[in-house]
Design a protein around this ligand. Sequence first.
Ligand SMILES: [Zn+2]
Length: 122
Amino acid sequence: MHELALAESIVDAVRTELERYPGAIPIRVGVRIGVMAAVDLDALRFGFDIAVRESGFPRLRLDARIIPGQVTCLACGVETPAESTVFDCPRCGSAQTMLSGSDELDLDALEVERDDDGTTHV
Ligand SMILES: [Zn+2]
């Protein structure tokens, strides 16, 4: 499952990032995903729940957003923004569309809390 591997790589990236902030507890990671990466956000969130359970970061939440691309209808030529790779033309209903956009995945935010009181968060 592609999304589970992706979720694990996001958790790994958080872990790497945290090496620069000893004692910090990650609570939110923001990720931007290009539409051409064809990531199912629901599946990614599900995979993230599994990955985070094994990660030692029980409070970490995923904030994933799709970077929209553009769909061009090959039948009628209309262009519309696309947030999914499954796309029928909104004007003529044709399924013959061409999608363009980014396939990148970027970590764009990491929110942490300091564990100053010395308690263990479970
Ligand atoms: Zn069309």
